[in-house]
Design a protein around this ligand. Structure first.
Ligand SMILES: *Cc1c(COP(=O)(O)O)cnc(C)c1O
Length: 454
């Protein structure tokens, strides 16, 4: 399979080059040249383990890694998961919940980043090169990136987070990783400072080249690829329904885009249901056709506090019939004015995606309801999904709702919702008292560069 950019300026790229490139050089996102139809194969995959299924699905998009090596990478990537089904489906009331949080950091990002870390290492070893991964986190997602890269050969990872502005647990999940290739940087500023440091350092092309700077952010195709697999796994766990609906709590549109690809591959998903928190740019788009930036608000589901969804361009590309010029125009208009319209003719509006936004109060109410009615604890992101799932539930097909984190990761919100309930997880409890390491730096490009040079 070859890859191309949504903006038309990059074509004929191999899978391995797409992984290393991350963002396409023309500013667009990489996509496979075609999406294979696997509907005729669904019968033959019925008895496969998660890892075998992952190999079948991924092989459709990867032809430049030897089969045995790809199998071994998949095995290693999911050996760190605590559940034998990797992503088990649980029936809770009238909904099927796909639990994506059984990886090492208890968040769904592990599914993608455990795989990406191993693929990255394999490619670098083969090419005899090194990479330095630089990332910024507000606290929640850095640990999954670190867990994916720790202990890998030829890769160092530098994660910047705002000093004193993450929760104690979030900081511990990162700073208790003592592998010599992991560098936690506490920046004496806020998350915006971390992000702008990252942007500025990446824009220094000489430095980027010299130190093999790379990112593992949510636009990397390998992450989407790994996420497609669990939609297939859920379909088999549901007993192969003729059709099913899937609800996805959404921030950067990465997780739900993987579902969109699975549907295009022939998996019988009837409707994708998109759930946002109060940062509702995507919900507004799907209900009005207008893509317009709003003000960021800080909510109980911080991993979804996003105004510009970095993966959304991939969806728009298909929605405008792969017309790279039209898409580029739309994206540039949006970048300039914060608003873009008229991508669709009204009769072409996408009816297979439903969307709604959820307030903080509704999030808390859903956490309480699932606890009271089903004795099931859901994290605030999962609760956003379940709130919208219930709004659109119709009994004619099974409804799957994606659970993206273990509730113990967000114990502050859980305490607010359920003050009398202890919410913990042995993996997090075990972090208390562990030795930690971090470097505190001022908001200074030179200081961060100096650390990487060392
Ligand atoms: C990242 C994240 C999300 C949002 O996923 P996207 O792929 O950005 O849509 C939802 N929940 C949790 C817990 C996350 O970490």
């Amino acid at each position: 399979m070859r890859y191309k950019s949504t903006r038309g300026g990059v074509t004929d790229v191999s899978f391995k080059d797409a992984v290393i490139m991350g963002l396409a050089h023309d500013g667009g996102l990489l996509l496979p040249e075609s999406i294979p139809d696997v509907a005729p194969l669904l019968d033959s995959w019925v008895d496969l383990s998660y890892q075998q299924l992952a190999h079948e699905v991924m092989s459709c998009f990867v032809d430049d890694i030897e089969d045995e090596i790809l199998k071994e990478i998949i095995e290693r990537s999911y050996s760190t998961f605590k559940h034998s089904d990797i992503t088990p489906v649980r029936r809770v009331g009238g909904v099927h919940i796909l639990e994506l949080f059984h990886g090492p950091t208890l968040a769904f990002k592990d599914v993608a980043l455990q795989f990406l870390g191993n693929v990255f290492e394999h490619i670098l070893n083969e090419r005899n090169t090194r990479a330095n991964i630089l990332g910024a986190t507000s606290g929640d997602t850095g640990s999954a990136a670190i867990a994916g890269i720790r202990g890998k050969q030829n890769i160092h990872i530098y994660i910047m987070f705002p000093q004193g502005k993450t929760s104690a647990t979030q900081e511990l999940q990162m700073t208790s990783v003592l592998d010599e290739n992991v560098h936690n940087i506490a920046i004496e500023g806020n998350f915006d400072d971390c992000q702008s440091l990252m942007k500025t350092i990446f824009s220094d092309l000489t430095f980027k080249e010299q130190y093999g700077l790379a990112a593992v952010n949510s636009v990397n195709w390998a992450r989407i690829l790994a996420q497609i697999v669990y939609y297939f796994s859920a379909y088999y766990q549901l007993g192969r329904p003729a059709e099913f609906d899937v609800c996805v709590p959404t921030g950067n549109f990465g997780n739900i885009f993987a579902g969109y690809v699975a549907k295009k591959m022939g998996l019988p998903i009837r409707r994708l249901i998109l759930a946002t928190n109060e940062n509702d740019i995507l919900a507004r788009f799907f209900n009005s056709g207008i893509y317009e930036r709003g003000l960021i608000s800080f909510t109980h589901s911080p991993a979804m506090d996003i105004q510009i969804a970095s993966n959304f361009e991939r969806y728009l590309y298909y929605q405008c019939d792969q017309n790279t010029e039209k898409l580029t125009e739309f994206m540039l208009a949006f970048a300039e004015t914060g608003k873009a319209v008229q991508l669709f003719n009204s009769d072409r509006f996408d009816e297979s995606i439903l969307a709604a936004a959820v307030s903080n109060d509704e999030t808390i109410a859903t956490i309480r309801r699932y606890h009271a009615q089903h004795s099931y604890l859901v994290d605030p992101h999962t609760a956003v999904g379940l709130t919208v799932a219930e709004q659109f539930k119709d009994t004619s097909v099974p409804l799957l709702s994606l659970s993206t984190a273990h509730p113990a990761k967000f114990d502050n919100v859980m305490t607010l919702a359920l003050p009398d309930v202890a919410v913990n997880h042995p993996t997090l409890d075990a972090l208390n008292g562990l030795p930690t390491r971090k470097t505190v730096l001022p908001v200074s490009i030179e200081a961060v560069k100096a650390l990487i040079r060392e």
